[in-house]
Design a protein around this ligand. Structure first.
Ligand code: FE2
Length: 70
């Protein structure tokens, strides 16, 4: 994204950081038996796949293709 000057880079990077933080927090709670798999977690992951991977991640593909990245 930085190489191709993707205008949404910082916002995208922040979204990934938020995702990593949430999953890391969950993993710690799960490993210490403080938390099981919750509906909130499932919905969060479902939202990530449906909105981030299927929508947001596709927004930069046109720019990357135009810059020669296939
Ligand atoms: Fe992404």
């Amino acid at each position: 994204m930085q190489q191709f000057n993707y205008p949404g880079y910082l916002k995208h990077k922040a979204a990934h950081a938020t995702f990593v933080k949430k999953i890391t927090d969950f993993q710690k709670d799960f490993a210490s038996n403080r938390l099981g798999i919750t509906l909130d977690l499932i919905n969060f992951l479902k939202d990530w796949v449906n909105n981030h991977i299927r929508e947001t991640d596709k927004q930069y593909s046109a720019l990357f293709n135009a810059k020669g990245l296939v």
